[in-house]
Design a protein around this ligand. Structure first.
Ligand SMILES: [Zn+2]
Length: 166
């Protein structure tokens, strides 16, 4: 079924339509029908593309927002790591300091000997140092022991706090 459209168009448009009809071996009316149909399809395709662009812009904005949140999380985690590292560094420094003397051989004992190996570092002695903490505190420098426990407590406190926050 076909209908008739009467339309007044500029002379240039009419001339271009005539030329298109000649080149494609059609009547002007049939050429115009083809051109109008093609124009309408193109317009609808452009409208679809415009809608798709709007959708994609929305998706991009959401992805950017998520990336921003992830960046903020990374900054917080790096800050936590820095705090823990500096507390850990303080503990590591403190662990290497002389803490007192071995109750058996009188050799020097560090925080690391007491808390990590638990033994006198003197190869000839190697006596367990656990007794230093409970029954024989006389072998220890009390001030150094308190500083060591303070540094250890700080690391444990930060680690515990960070675990709770996560
Ligand atoms: Zn010893």
């Amino acid at each position: 079924m076909s209908e008739v459209i009467y339309a007044r168009v500029p002379s240039e448009l009419k001339a271009a339509a005539d030329e298109y009809a000649r080149e494609n071996d059609r009547t002007t009316a049939s050429a115009l029908a083809v051109l109008i149909d093609r124009g309408l399809r193109t317009t609808s395709t452009i409208r679809d593309l415009e809608r798709r662009v709007v959708d994609l812009e929305g998706e991009l904005a959401a992805a950017r927002a998520r990336a921003g949140e992830h960046e903020a999380t990374i900054v917080v985690l790096l800050e936590k790591q820095k705090t823990l590292e500096s507390a850990y560094q303080a503990l590591a420094d403190r662990m290497g300091k002389g803490l007192g003397r071995c109750p058996a051989c009188e050799g020097p004992v560090t925080g690391q000997d007491l808390l990590v190996s638990g033994r006198c570092p003197n190869a000839a002695c190697q006596k367990g140092l656990a007794s230093l903490l409970v029954s024989q505190p006389k072998g220890l420098d009390e001030r150094e022991l308190l500083l060591l426990i303070g540094a250890l407590g700080l690391v444990l406190g930060i680690a515990l706090m960070q675990t709770k926050n996560e």
